[in-house]
Design a protein around this ligand. Structure first.
Ligand code: ADP
Length: 534
């Protein structure tokens, strides 16, 4: 028979252990363990030192010890861990002290200092150290300290050690829980901050996670998507490839062990009316017995790829069209001239060679433009800049274009004393020529094409005004992008590649200037560019 107080002690221990093991907060568990250790042993103080991941010992909890005592002990452990003694030569040449050495040095220092630190401060005289271990795994040590003299009896030790063994389990659980929680938080943070849109849904498509990128991409905030059916939260239109979740499931998706991911490509219709091209891949997550528990949807914005794709097809059609015309003309004239049965007079030969020469120039210019466009795209435009006179250049280019423009009057209203600019002569010539030929090309009924200038404190501005049909304001924003041509009858019957204005913009911006158009879409248009004054 156990004496009465032992029974009470045991019952109390059982109660307290039950309370402790049901907690998952590590700090709370440690506090309860320390408190119970003091209560059970009618001790005056207790302290729990745990092993940290690198082997360092840290006093994580204490009762009845002064802050000074704890700081002194902590500093001693710190010193011992910094210099734990000779590292074990494990043959790898790795000089770093091993985890076990650091741990032993920390515990040794703690126990050596304990009597010196506690006796003068708190009058604590005897103490017992109980390892908190689970099997081979040493988690730390529980210390119970008492003021009165006399040793801890073998029975005290036994009771305390069985308490410590149980407490170790609680500490371990709380620690594991803490780790799992920290890992979950990290995973959540990663999912939340990944650049791709991520949604996690349960087996019946109900959304349980909707990350920030997806909220931004779809325009649907997480608060609205959570709990809804995935396909109702994300409305996909214009499906181009793959199959939607519902379609795939109708065909037996997901098969356990299938390696090909399910994907669908289309446009998301945002609540604000805009559409975003996306590719969505779906990955099933199975629990035991092939039970589908989650589906992870990865939503990627592929607007840029689609745009690149569109540009590629435009490029191919523009280039083939623009190449075909001059090549056909050159071939036609050359074959005609070479016909063995015909004799051509001097004038016909000269005219034909003239066409061949002009068309070859057109081809060369097209090739140059394409090369320039790819350089501009790669950001590798090289400028040979010098101080230059824009007025002289404008006059010269206008003069040159007069011979080609029989139905137009070209005027240059540019004063001879324009401030100098620091620019690439050939490139600026290209810009002005381009604007001038567009002005002529896109005002087929003729009229006056004017080049004017304006000076501001920082810039010189050159403008080319034509009497054509103009460009409606809503059409103007795309005008300076690669291969962009307006969708109107005039443009359709006028040859061009949609590269001219793109190149003008690239050149002017490389000079630190700006380029823009003013037009009301009825009374002609004025293209202007500015260059910083030298
Ligand atoms: P291209 O003339 O080779 O088509 P540009 O890049 O020079 O290419 O011009 C892009 C488009 O802008 C043209 O296709 C045309 O639709 C429109 N555009 C350019 N200049 C004018 C203008 N002066 N008046 C009306 N439309 C213009």
């Amino acid at each position: 028979m156990l004496p009465d107080y032992r029974v009470r002690q045991r019952d109390y221990l059982l109660d307290i252990l039950q309370a402790i093991t049901s907690r998952l907060d590590l700090n709370e568990v440690l506090r309860l363990v320390a408190q119970a250790a003091v209560d059970v042993m009618t001790g005056n103080a207790a302290m729990i030192a745990l092993v940290e991941p690198a082997g360092r010992i840290r006093i994580r909890e204490s009762i009845g010890l002064s802050r000074h005592a704890l700081e002194t002990l902590g500093a001693g452990i710190e010193r011992a861990s910094e210099d734990p003694g000779a590292p074990v030569d494990d043959g790898t040449g790795d000089e770093a002290p091993t985890r076990a050495l650091v741990r032993e040095a920390g515990l040794r220092s703690l126990e050596m200092m304990l009597p010196r630190v506690i006796a003068p401060n708190a009058g604590l005289l005897e103490w017992i150290a109980l390892p908190l271990s689970i099997g081979e795994d040493f988690l730390g040590q529980l210390y119970v300290l008492r003021r009165r003299g006399g040793e801890f009896s073998p029975n005290d030790r036994q009771v305390l050690q069985s308490f410590a063994d149980q407490a170790a389990i609680a500490v371990n659980n709380a620690r594991l829980y803490q780790q799992v929680n920290a890992q979950k938080q990290r995973l959540d943070a990663i999912l939340e901050s990944t650049a791709d849109g991520v949604a996690i849904m349960d087996g019946s498509h109900r959304v349980v996670l909707w990350n920030r990128a997806l909220a931004a991409l779809s325009g649907v905030p997480a608060g609205e998507a959570l709990g809804r059916d995935f396909e109702a939260a994300i409305r996909l239109s214009d499906k181009r490839a793959g199959s939607t979740l519902t379609e795939a499931e109708a065909n037996g998706w997901p098969l356990v062990g299938a390696t090909r991911p399910l994907f669908v490509e289309g446009d998301i219709e945002r609540p604000d009316g805009a559409a975003v091209s996306v590719e969505i891949t779906f990955a099933p997550i199975f629990a035991r017995e092939a039970l589908l528990v989650n589906i992870v949807a990865n939503v990627r914005d592929i607007t840029r790829f689609r745009e690149a794709d569109r540009l590629k097809s435009t490029f191919v059609s523009v280039v083939s069209h623009e190449l075909k015309t001059p090549v056909a003309l050159i071939k036609g004239y050359a074959s005609t001239l070479r016909r063995p049965d015909a004799r051509w007079d001097e004038k016909t030969i000269d005219d034909s060679l003239g066409v061949i020469e002009d068309e070859s120039d057109r081809l060369a210019e097209l090739i140059d433009n394409l090369l320039d466009a790819s350089r501009a795209q790669a950001g590798s435009f090289r400028l040979a800049r010098n101080e230059m006179d824009l007025d002289a250049l404008v006059t010269e280019i206008v003069q040159r274009h007069r011979s080609q423009a029989t139905r137009h009057t070209l005027t240059a209203d540019v004063p001879g004393d324009l401030p100098l600019v620091f620019a690439d002569h050939a490139r600026i010539t290209q810009v002005i020529s381009n604007l001038l030929s567009n002005a002529i090309k896109y005002s087929p009924d003729g009229g006056e094409v004017k080049v004017t200038s304006r000076v501001t404190p920082g810039e010189v501005i050159i403008s080319v005004t034509d009497p054509g049909p103009g460009i409606a304001p809503e059409m103007q924003s795309q005008l300076f992008t690669r291969f962009h041509r307006l969708e109107n009858a005039l443009t359709q019957r006028t040859p061009g590649t949609g590269l001219g204005l793109y190149l003008c913009k690239s050149i002017i911006e490389a000079h630190g200037g700006r380029i823009w158009v003013d037009s009301d879409g009825q009374h002609g248009s004025t293209f202007s560019f500015s260059l910083p004054r030298a």
